[in-house]
Design a protein. Sequence first.
Length: 151
Amino acid sequence: MTQVPRDPDFERRVRASFDRQAVMATFRARLVRVGPGEVDIELPFRAELTQQHGFLHAGIVTTLMDSACGYAALSLMEPGAAVLSVEFKVNLLAPARGSRFLASGRVVRAGRTVAVVSGEFRAVEAEPPGSLLAMMTGTMMSVRDRAGLVD
């Protein structure tokens, strides 16, 4: 289903907001695709982001999917709105191993105030390639007219 953005400048706004996220810079994550209601974020494997068994930490996986879903929702919001996560559920399906990962966020349904989103986290360079490692469902809220909260 093709989504219709309320802001013709949505891609620039999403990319500018992503560039301000210190946590994404810390992880060395890159925004690789922005479309109406769809965002992909790439993450290279780094040992500093692993848990005690050498897998990418579940908190890192969740953070990447949360950002991908949030930016997917933002891409459909009107100019001047900001996005905040209201709730989400994560299913971890397999240990996160690989040399490169992709977090994808998609809007399932967007309203004026809330958007229902889904996310996937895959190992792009692993055996087998494209392995689905985690899934997310969540709700994102559009915030307007609050000082300091503009994406």
